[in-house]
Design a protein around this ligand. Structure first.
Ligand SMILES: Nc1nc2c(ncn2[C@@H]2O[C@H](COP(=O)(O)OP(=O)(O)O)[C@@H](O)[C@H]2O)c(=O)[nH]1
Ligand SMILES: [Mg+2]
Length: 605
């Protein structure tokens, strides 16, 4: 588990780091949240209503976006705190993958996601048994499951068969799943469910809005379709192509401003959205004798047929738009799970599911969460959890006033603005992390002026390079503003580090003692000389000696008063001096362990 304060800290910084529109994120108080959540049986509320102990124990789907009603034009409400609570569980610098499922109402999206949960638990150490899906009796999230039940086996995305629930919105599983990538690095997987698309009550604009938000958010989007890929499924996808085209053009412009040819081809090759996979449910065309290899062949041939060139201009355009918007388009087919599964009373009994469905399900899980698993990227940059939160917030704001699908340029602006925010936060974190270790609240060594400046300069250069690497997108003016914001912030922090460092200077404040001590020593010496050299009959000489002894006494009294008022500081200073001298002789004055940010934070708290 991560340092849970870290995302909050970044988010707090982020709020004041917003450099241009969109406006301050909506923070929803509990009352407002209740009013905005469209159904009383809302699971997010169920989670909140549960006792603390159970909330910690039971993982559950959490609503991160709820959708209003006709009165507010189906405005989206982003539940920032709910999202952050999940993202805080991701280790601070770990990248995140977002796997989401979109598609028509009651096509088995939540059912599939509940299976994903089972797979991810079974494969927690990357060693799921070949027949992992037979190792338990029941699938969680079904009609018989109780969200208050502490038995994790019964939890899942809500796929209650038969009930006409219509809780529109976007849901995320409360626990991220840690996976190991092929290169050995860790990645946290977040599962996202969408509800309320393409049903008879949902307008096309709302469907497009949910679809759009989910596409912007995901690294791998599963588009669940019933029986076959239809033309309207493709058209729905092509809706985002305008955004894709603009994003690509912007990248091309940026690359041509750069002289390296390598950069141009790398940027042009990048589509704005990552991976989309059509998941055809209840596919009926596999032959009885087809083995897995043949089935896979059939899947890729089917996708090729669907996407192949068409004579009709509009059909061809749809295909071109999709191809240029997504980095990767794939297809998988599942057979019917068996009629028992579609019965109203079906509660998730695994033994009633058709074996072919389970075999294909196993293949699909391994495909999605195996080596294909990619972190969420924005313009080629892999995101951490706190960065994902910044983008998610900017995207949700696009639909704040209603589910009218935003202009591509607005989506692009939101991306650029969130990207600048991420760049500002990352730059400041880099600076703070390094400076904290060198001269932060927990550092103990006083740094000489020239060392301090040199260190600051090098950290500043490194941080600004980090900024330039991230802030590559959007208008030059907004990037410039974000850059200024970073510089102002770092300048303020520098002043604080200077003060902290100065407070560790063992010689600071010594002038209060040095001057009276010098006067005392000088008067003592002069008096000793006077006493030794004066002849007994010289009045002037005796008077001078007396005057010097008065000065000496006055200096001592002054020193004594200062000592009384500053006893504690003097004690500390002497300790510091002693420490500095000891360390100097031990030859390791600069090798104290740099405190981590987390340590300083804990101490500050
Ligand atoms: N025909 C069919 N039904 C399924 C499949 N998977 C799940 N179901 C059933 O479809 C109903 C709706 O499932 P659900 O996951 O809630 O659908 P969602 O609205 O897309 O999330 C439930 O009764 C499931 O048991 C499938 O692959 N094919
Ligand atoms: Mg569902």
């Amino acid at each position: 588990m991560s340092d849970t304060s870290s995302i909050d800290a970044v988010m707090v910084e982020k709020e004041d780091a917003v450099v241009e529109e969109p406006k301050e994120p909506e923070l929803i108080d509990e009352e407002e949240e209740e009013a905005n959540t469209n159904k009383p049986e809302d699971a997010a509320q169920e989670v909140e209503a549960r006792p603390e102990k159970l909330q910690q124990a039971a993982a559950a789907p959490v609503q991160i976006v709820s959708i209003g009603n006709e009165e507010d034009a189906y405005a989206f409400t982003f539940h920032k705190d709910a999202l952050n609570e999940i993202l805080n569980k991701v280790p601070e610098k770990e990248h995140v993958a977002v796997v989401s499922v979109v598609g028509a109402f009651r096509t088995g999206k939540s059912f599939l996601l509940s299976w994903f949960l089972k797979y991810l638990h079974s494969d927690a150490n990357g060693d799921a048994a070949k027949d992992w899906y037979t190792k338990f009796d029941k699938l969680g999230g079904g009609p018989g499951s109780n969200p208050d039940d502490t038995d994790a086996e019964t939890h899942g995305f809500d796929w209650r068969g038969g009930s006409e629930r219509n809780t529109t919105g976007i849901w995320m599983w409360s626990e991220p799943f840690s996976r190991t990538r092929a290169d050995g690095s860790k990645i946290s997987v977040l599962l996202v469910d969408t509800q309320g698309m393409f049903d008879h009550e949902t307008t096309m604009a709302l469907t497009a809005a949910i679809f759009g938000l989910s596409t912007l958010l995901s690294s791998h989007q599963i588009y669940n379709v019933d029986k076959r890929i239809q033309e309207d499924n493709l058209q729905q996808l092509a809706l985002f192509s305008e955004y894709g085209r603009m994003a690509l053009e912007q990248e091309k412009r940026e690359s041509s401003a750069d002289d390296s040819d390598e950069n141009i081809s790398a940027a042009v090759a990048k589509a704005p959205f990552q991976s989309i996979e059509f998941l055809v449910r209840d596919w009926q065309n596999f032959e009885d004798d087809e083995d897995e290899e043949l089935m896979e062949k059939e899947m890729s041939e089917y996708l090729e047929t669907v996407l192949k060139e068409r004579d009709a201009k509009d059909l061809q355009e749809t295909r071109d738009h999709i191809s240029s918007s997504f980095e990767k388009i794939s297809c998988f087919m599942m057979t019917h799970p068996g009629f028992a599964v579609t019965k109203k009373k079906y509660e998730g009994d695994v033994s009633k599911i058709e074996p072919t469905f389970l075999v294909l399900l196993d293949k699909f899980c391994r495909k999605v969460f195996g080596e294909n698993l990619q972190p969420k990227t924005i313009h080629g940059r892999e995101l951490t959890a706190s960065e994902l939160a910044a983008f998610m917030e900017a995207y949700a704001l696009l639909f704040k006033n209603g589910a009218a699908f935003p202009e591509a340029s607005t989506m692009l602006e939101a991306t650029a603005s969130a990207n600048n925010t991420v760049a500002v936060n990352a730059t400041i974190s880099t600076y703070v992390e390094e400076m904290d270790g060198f001269a932060g609240p927990d550092a103990v060594t006083f740094r000489k002026d020239e060392d301090f400046r040199a260190f600051h300069d090098s950290v500043m250069n490194k941080s600004m390079r980090a900024f330039d690497d991230i802030a590559t997108f959007g208008s030059a003016n907004s990037i410039r503003k974000a850059r200024m914001k970073v510089i102002t912030d770092i300048t303020q922090r520098l002043a604080m580090y200077e003060k902290l460092n100065e407070s560790r200077n063992p010689l600071a404040g010594l002038e209060t003692f040095l001057i009276p001590s010098g006067v005392a020593v000088l008067s003592y010496i002069l008096r000793t000389i006077a006493d030794a050299t004066c002849s007994s009959w010289s009045q002037t000489c005796r008077a001078s000696s007396d005057a010097l002894s008065h000065i000496l006494a006055a200096a001592f009294i002054f020193l004594f008063i200062v000592y009384l008022t500053k006893a504690k500081q003097i004690h500390d200073k002497l300790k510091q001096l002693h420490g500095a001298v000891t360390a100097m002789f031990a030859g390791d004055s600069s090798s104290e362990k740099a405190p981590t940010r987390a340590e300083s934070k804990i101490k500050n708290d």
